[in-house]
Ligand binder design. Structure first.
Ligand SMILES: CC(C)(COP(=O)(O)OP(=O)(O)OC[C@H]1O[C@@H](n2cnc3c(N)ncnc32)[C@H](O)[C@@H]1OP(=O)(O)O)[C@@H](O)C(=O)NCCC(=O)NCCS
Length: 216
């Protein structure tokens, strides 16, 4: 079934580019986008409306999907040119908010649900005589999300790294690195399960701690 909302493309560019509103399925593919992004692969699908700020620092891989009402922003705050990469096969839900001042990497085949927030930066808040909105944005830490990971609904990942084949539970706030093959959840997110390669299964960190307690 054709989806009229999908067919209407509304892109809002800031920075070097001005507002562009276009209609038509054809232009929805790389024919339009290729010129704006730093690099763009094949068969990606960016559903409109999509808000982009300085897309010339953004790389979109092959077969990437971003659902409606996303906001991708890069901002140069020092000599570093921001580098936001969404690698091949990544699929991101509605209402994503991804901001980058230095480096944000979303790995191959990452699956992200709706309302994710991913950022390598913070608003400065130190000066109590200046509104936070007027204080400089500052770098917090590089973000990377390892390949094949799954990011649940409403998750924030701020200035840290998530390993490969990880799961981040719904509503989590991740502020510290999460190792490969882990399930993490909560605020702040903590590892709740990890993959035991020798046993060939996921094990609860809680039960491991319990065992250690009994043995000790
Ligand atoms: C993280 C998740 C995958 C874990 O599923 P699971 O492996 O079946 O985990 P369990 O239900 O065995 O839970 C293990 C423990 O973690 C807790 N837990 C699970 N998910 C949690 C979450 N999102 N936040 C906080 N704690 C969570 C459980 O309460 C349980 O705690 P307990 O040991 O004290 O009882 C799942 O809970 C989740 O959040 N999925 C994301 C769903 C989503 O966002 N989907 C979007 C569609 S793409």
């Amino acid at each position: 079934m054709s989806n009229k909302f999908n067919d209407f493309m509304h892109l809002t560019f800031h920075g070097k580019l001005r507002v562009i509103t276009l209609q038509g399925q054809l232009l929805k593919t790389f024919i339009l986008y290729k010129g704006f992004f730093k690099k763009a692969g094949k068969n990606f699908r960016l559903n409109s409306p999509l808000r982009l700020y300085n897309p010339h620092n953004i790389t979109i891989g092959n077969d990437v999907t971003i659902n409606h009402l996303g906001w991708l922003l890069t901002l140069q705050i020092d000599s570093n040119i921001p580098e936001l990469v969404i690698d091949d096969g990544a699929a991101i839900g509605n209402f994503c908010h991804i901001t980058c001042v230095k480096k944000v990497y979303i790995g191959k085949n990452v699956l992200a649900a709706d309302r994710i927030y991913i950022s390598d930066n913070l608003h400065g808040y130190e000066d109590i005589t200046t509104p936070i909105a007027k204080q400089k944005v500052k770098f917090k830490g590089e973000v990377s999300i390892g390949e094949n990971s799954w990011i649940g609904e409403n998750v924030s990942i701020i200035g840290c790294k998530v390993g490969r084949h990880c799961v981040i539970g719904a509503n989590s706030v991740v502020t510290k690195d999460i190792p490969d093959y882990s399930i993490a959840a909560g605020i702040p997110a903590k590892v709740i399960k990890r993959y035991d390669i020798q046993a060939g299964k996921w094990v609860s960190v809680k039960s491991e701690k319990g065992k250690e307690g009994i043995e000790a």
